[in-house]
Every structure is written in C-alpha cells, then in structure tokens.
Design a protein around this ligand. Structure first.
Ligand code: ADP
Ligand code: MG
Length: 459
C-alpha cells in the first residue's frame, strides 16, 4: 500500500508536468446536448392523467422501444422506474419533440463522448482540442468550457479554427432528454427498486454518425494540426437506415480519416462502447488495426471475445477473472496488431503495450485520480482538483490480485510485468465510496491515460 501511495504521488507530478507538452488532439464524432430533469411525482402523475392513465400503463408491459406518441414517452419512463433500469428510446414524433422541449429541464450539459472529452481535455487540461460537432446551435455552443476548444470552419476555401461559441449557426438542437429518478421514487403504485434514468433521444444526427462538411472536405487540414486523435460514438451504428445508407458507408469514411491520420503520424485511440449489433461490432474489430490504441471495459472485452475467441473465455472475462482478462487482451492484440490496449474495470486497470516504459503505469495512475475526482465532484472543473483524489482510498481488494500476478509472473515490479515482446501494466484504482455521478467516467479514464502517456513519452 505504501508503495502505491508513493507511485500515485509521483505519477501525478509526472503527468501534470507532461500535459503542457501536447500540441493538439482531435475528438470525433459525437457531440450533443444532454438535458437533465429530476422527475417530480406530482408533475408526472398530472401529465399521465391528462394523457390517459390506461393508455400509458399499457406501454409499460408492451414496451414500444421507440417514442411515436406521448403514451410511449410516459410508458417508457414508467417502465424504467418500475424496473429500475436505464433505458434509451428514440423520439420519432415531431409533436413529442415539441412537448419535450416545452416540458423544460433542470440542467443542461454538453453530451456525447467527443463533446464531454472536449470540455475535459481542452477546458480542464488546457490541451488545444479540435472537436467534431454535427450541429452548432447556440444552446449547445454555450455548454462548451472556455479554453482552447476549437471547431473547424470554412472561410472561403480556407479552414479556420474557432471556439464553438464563435461559430454558432442556425442549426438543429440535438437533445438527449435524461429523466432521472432516485431509489424508492414513487408514481401511482410504481416504485423504483434503484436509482436510474430514462433517456428520450431526439437526435437524428449522432444516431447515424453524421459528419459535417469540414470533416468530409477538409480533414487533411485538420489532421495536420494535431498529434493525437480519439474516436468514439460508433457504437450506435445500425446495419441499415431507412434511406438506404448502411453502417458501411459511415465506416468507410472513418477508415479514410484513419488513413489520413496515420499518414501524418497522428496517434489514434478508439474508445469502445457496448455495440449491440454484432455485424457492426465485427466491423469495428476489423477497423482496430488502423488504430494505435483502444480502451474498453469488461463487458466490451467479453463482447469482442465472443467474436474472435470463445464463449467460455468471454464468460470468464465478464465474471472478472484477471488471468482471463489478460488472455483476452493478448488475443485481441494478436488478432489486430494494435499497439496499446487499456482495460478498465471497477477497482483496477490493465494496459497491454507493444512498448515498455513506466509512463504507461503513471498514465493509468493519473487516469485513476482523474476518475476519482470526477466521481467525487460529479464534474471536474480545474486540473488542480485532481490532487484531492490522492487522499481517496486505493482499492484494497486489488492487492489480492497483485499477489496473484506476482506469483504467476516472476518479472513483476511496481505494477509492470515484462512479457519480453509486450509490457503488461497493472494498477489498483482509487474508489469513491458514494460517487456524486458516474456518467462519463470511462471516457475520463481512457482519454486521461492516453493523452498523459503520450505527453510523458514525448520528453
Ligand atoms: N465509484 C467509483 N470510483 C472510482 N471509479 C469508478 C467508480 N465507479 C465506476 N468507476 C470507474 O468507471 C468506469 C466506467 O467506465 P465504463 O464502464 O466504460 O462506463 P462509461 O463509459 O459509461 O463511463 C469503471 O470501469 C470504473 O473503473
Ligand atoms: Mg465506456
């Protein structure tokens, strides 16, 4: 434990010193507005009575999975409360979209993985950050932090970088309406067994990974301005769209972007997120050889192993057997040739890299501090706040894993295992006992580790 205390303190200093070395990072592709509302029993019951309680209650047992009417909307919310389950349904009706807008919200936040990471990397870490925003209405632009956050805009033929607030356009508001309820929340005779959220998604652009003109026509200029790129948001892809477009059309465009980034020696990270469609998941695995790095959790690693490995190993990964996780990471590296794999789960992180160095470990430790800060405060606002996370307890149970690793691998020192052609890095993480929020922690972990490792290796 004393060892890790010392390593955490050193890693924080090393990472903080290195972050100013990073000259530019690109974030694609998903950015939207998250409109959060904390549900109120009386308001909710009144609205449901107005629409017709019977009609709404029918949807609870026969979920429509999408929203074409107000019955669907409130039926979905009630179902989510009843089961205590997170659910996200797409809003198809214009009339319901208007209703949602008028129902208002308690809080607006930037949403989408790229949008959230822009406020972290640009707004908090001060790294020059270019972000893809499918649409740039005022309501969304104002949610971006001040700081070196940029969107590319054409001025004549020339591509200029400006803060989103300076490029506001009369474009669509892509809103994800998030309805939160606490454990025990009661409406009529329905009670929530645990806290959770229902999301009404009124965003036609990110659902099909729409790319704006600057990214279609000016990508080479954009790639020249950065050293790093982090790609996410591809998990939503569907096999087919009503207009005949398929996931292939999107992935061809992404592949073209990766070819350009690779040509300019930009290091690229792909942040995996659970991808329900198996075809799309397969295609994403096929794209991994074009990336430098990938970040994922236990569910996502298992879902990959279901495709490139076997069911038995996938099951063990899900159950959290550390040696199975290590086997799975090695299989993924064998299969794709990717240089860096960062696995995160509750209580510890692992990285498998085709290069050696203590920077890999220090980056994971820094990421753990950033994640704990975010969990504690709900939001990270200033980089100095990360120092407070040093006093958060380090996961004690990971010490048992550490002993097992020590027994299995003789060359294990300070979290680093030399596997001759690969380095395996293990760190026990900080755990916040009662987190204020856990939204976007995974992206905080992966992006913090990826950029800080690069910064430290650059010296
Ligand atoms: N209370 C907590 N304290 C510290 N870290 C946490 C806590 N809860 C979750 N985490 C970290 O957050 C990660 C969540 O990442 P992930 O599963 O990818 O979800 P998402 O991408 O939706 O944020 C977990 O793997 C874990 O490492
Ligand atoms: Mg994640």
């Amino acid at each position: 434990m004393r060892l890790w205390k010392r390593l955490y303190v050193n890693a924080l200093e090393n990472a903080l010193n290195a972050i100013p070395n990073i000259e530019g990072v690109l974030l694609g592709y998903n950015t939207n507005i998250d409109a959060i509302k904390y549900l109120d029993k009386d308001d909710l019951e009144k609205r449901i009575e107005e629409i017709g309680k019977d009609k709404v209650f029918k949807v609870i047992e026969n979920p429509s999975e999408k929203i074409s009417s107000l019955e669907d909307l409130f039926g979905g919310i009630l179902r989510s409360i009843k089961l205590g389950k997170a659910m996200e349904w797409f809003v198809e009706s214009e009339e319901v979209r208007k209703y949602l807008r008028e129902w208002e919200w308690d809080e607006l936040r930037i949403g989408g993985q790229a949008g959230i990471m822009a406020n972290l990397l640009g707004g908090v870490y001060g790294i020059p950050t270019i972000v893809h925003i499918p649409q740039n209405p005022k309501l969304q632009a104002e949610l971006f932090a001040d700081g070196p956050i940029y969107v590319p805009v054409f001025e004549g033929d020339e591509l200029k970088l400006v803060h989103p607030k300076e490029a506001v356009a009369d474009e669509e508001e892509l809103i994800h309406y998030i309805y939160e309820f606490p454990k025990g929340f009661q409406v009529f005779d329905i009670q929530a067994p645990r806290e959770n959220r229902f999301i009404a998604n009124a965003d036609d652009y990110n659902a099909r990974v729409y790319m704006r003109k600057e990214f279609r026509e000016g990508f080479e200029e954009i790639a020249k301005k950065v050293e790093l790129a982090i790609i996410s948001g591809l998990q939503v892809l569907k096999e087919h769209y009503p207009d005949g477009m398929t996931y292939r059309d999107v992935l061809d465009r992404v592949e073209n972007h990766l070819n350009i980034l690779n040509r300019y020696n930009v290091k690229t990270h792909f942040e995996f997120a659970y991808t329900a469609n198996r075809r799309v998941r397969e295609a994403l695995i096929e794209l991994l050889p074009k990336f430098t790095s990938v970040g994922l959790n236990e569910v996502e690693l298992a879902s990959i192993i279901e495709i490139i490995g076997d069911e038995e190993l996938a099951k063990e990964v899900l159950e959290g057997h550390v040696f199975s996780v290590i086997d799975a990471m090695n299989i993924l590296m064998d299969e794709t040739g990717i240089e860096r794999i960062h696995f995160h789960t509750y209580g510890y992180y692992l990285a498998l890299t085709q290069y050696m160095g203590e920077e890999v470990r220090d980056a994971l430790l820094f990421a753990s501090l950033a994640a704990a800060t975010k969990a504690m405060r709900g939001n990270l606002e200033r980089i100095e706040q990360i120092r407070d996370a040093l006093s958060v307890p380090t996961n004690e149970r990971a010490m048992i894993l550490e002993e097992e690793l020590e027994k299995e691998f003789t060359e294990f020192e300070n979290g680093i295992i030399d596997m001759t052609d690969r380095q395996l890095t293990f760190v026990p993480t900080k755990i916040v006992a009662s987190p204020k929020s856990t939204v976007g922690i995974g992206d905080t972990i992966s992006s913090s580790a990826f950029v800080s490792e690069f910064g430290m290796r650059k010296k």
